[in-house]
Design a protein around this ligand. Structure first.
Ligand SMILES: [Zn+2]
Length: 477
């Protein structure tokens, strides 16, 4: 069996047709879901690229792999290193005899060139040319990635391969080609009644819709449609090469994107569904076509699942024992539905604050561990709320914070969340979200002794962009 991992950066489940979105954004992903298995309640580990991709390729949770995008992300990059002793999925497949190849910009995701994203690849192809290093978000297009991948597939079609492909779209700047320029223009947006008011699925409160926010919503969805179209070309290419019958295709993302949900304008911030729920679809003739798995699953489950489906679990029992994720092979094959009382933990430590969230079928609990000391770069309606509780069963769009109404639920979920973290703490190791050095930096900043370079850069950014107006940045260059 060959394995092809496809990651579309910033693709939220709520904007995919097979996850119920009203626009026809993802016909090709939907087709894979019809031919394969879709995970209906799939979560990332963090709404930030680097920790999320790190969990996807290791099976380890951020609290253990310790790569987290912190408040000091841009100041503190060199402390964000994955221990070499933690194997990546590519290393394991390579050790098992697969030809391994990455078509990916992840090595250029951050200015310090995270080396663990190249580990384990016999072929590593990155057309990005270091543009992200300068914080130019244009990165590289899905067309460029396909142009490099297709000839490689032709050359290596007769070898068992593990190929890892990342598309930058639909990440900002929401790139798409001219053929999508007018897609969705002027279409009618449905509204639903929620406890928080009239609500547009995949956008936020209808009250936030105006010419600019509508324009950016359309741009995001065009970028989704573009990358889905190129995914379709990739599947066609596999069919042309007669590889479909023996290639496991898995499509997912590292996080979603808020349009205007919770007042977070066109950013991946917060721990709410628009940013933490992402698609995950597996397609292979050995899996039941059209199956939907509804138990809660997470990015950390990917690596153990791929090892099991490829028949390699017996070779790597020690490595699997170290992973936080679990193999979803029984759920994918239809042998079990998985636990109905699932619970998923996500986290974020970026410019707004250090937060963790516990998601269950009925509730979402978000706890702030550390206040940010800077003005949030995006307006966050619940910014002043140190705790958030949403009753998903009656408020699936998470529009009203009911923490004051249900203190007993909040207390129980908080205890469960803290227990989850404590169970994963190695003796003598601090919580990476609350590193003493970071707390000290926080205190120094509060007293006015230091400033972050990030804040100065933000001043420059403001000249070209006013996030509070709800507009995503234009593509540069
Ligand atoms: Zn990302």
């Amino acid at each position: 069996m060959n394995v092809l991992v496809v990651g579309c950066d910033t693709l939220g489940a709520g904007h995919c047709g097979c996850y119920g979105y009203h626009r026809d954004t993802t016909p090709h992903l939907d087709q894979l879901a019809r031919r394969g298995v879709r995970l209906a309640n799939h979560y990332t580990v963090a709404p930030t690229c680097t920790p999320s991709w790190t969990s996807l390729i290791t099976g380890w949770a951020p609290v253990r792999h310790r790569v987290s995008a912190t408040l000091w992300m841009w100041e503190n990059l060199r402390s964000q290193i994955l221990n070499d002793a933690v194997p990546t999925v590519a290393e394991l497949f390579q050790e098992a005899g697969f030809t391994t190849a990455a078509f990916s910009f992840l090595h250029h995701l951050m200015a310090h060139f995270p080396t663990w994203f190249v580990r384990g690849y016999e072929y590593h192809i990155n057309p990005n040319r270091a543009r992200l290093r300068n914080r130019d978000m244009s990165c590289t297009s899905a067309d460029e990635m396909n142009r490099r991948l297709f000839p490689w597939l032709e050359q290596h079609r007769d070898e068992p391969f593990f190929a890892f492909l990342t598309y930058w779209e639909p990440h900002q700047p929401y790139y798409h080609t001219a053929e999508f320029a007018h897609r969705f223009e002027g279409d009618e947006l449905p509204t639903v009644d929620t406890p928080g008011g009239a609500y547009i699925p995949g956008f936020g409160l209808a009250a936030h819709l105006n010419e600019r926010t509508r324009r950016d919503l359309d741009r995001y969805d065009r970028s989704v449609a573009y990358v889905d179209d190129r995914l379709g070309r990739l599947v066609d290419k596999l069919a042309d090469l007669d590889l479909l019958d023996d290639t496991l295709i898995m499509v997912t993302s590292d996080h979603g994107e808020c349009m205007m949900e919770h007042g977070i304008a066109f950013e991946h911030r917060g721990q709410h569904d628009p940013t933490v729920r992402v698609p995950m679809v597996f397609c292979h003739p050995s899996l039941p076509a059209g199956r939907v798995v509804s138990t809660g699953t997470q990015a950390t489950d990917l690596t153990p699942t791929l090892l099991h489906l490829a028949g390699l679990a017996g070779d790597f029992t020690d490595e699997l024992g170290q992973m936080d994720g679990r193999s979803l092979a029984p759920e994918l094959r239809g042998e079990t539905d998985g636990p109905a009382d699932w619970a998923i933990v996500t986290e974020q430590a970026e410019d707004m604050a250090a937060t963790r969230a516990l998601h269950t079928p009925e509730w979402t609990w978000i706890r702030r561990f550390m206040e940010t000391v800077i003005d949030p770069p995006v307006r966050y309606r619940d910014y002043d709320a140190p705790q958030e509780l949403y009753h998903r069963a009656t408020d699936p769009w998470q529009t009203v914070n009911v923490v004051a109404k249900h203190p007993e639920v909040a207390a129980a979920m908080d205890a469960q969340l803290l227990r989850w973290v404590a169970d994963r703490q190695a003796p003598g190791q601090c919580d990476p979200l609350l590193d003493p050095l970071l707390l000290e930096l926080n205190a120094l900043h509060r007293r006015g002794h230091i400033r972050w370079r990030w804040e100065e850069r933000r001043g420059a950014l403001k000249k070209t962009r006013d996030p509070r107006a709800g507009s995503a940045p234009e593509r540069e260059g």
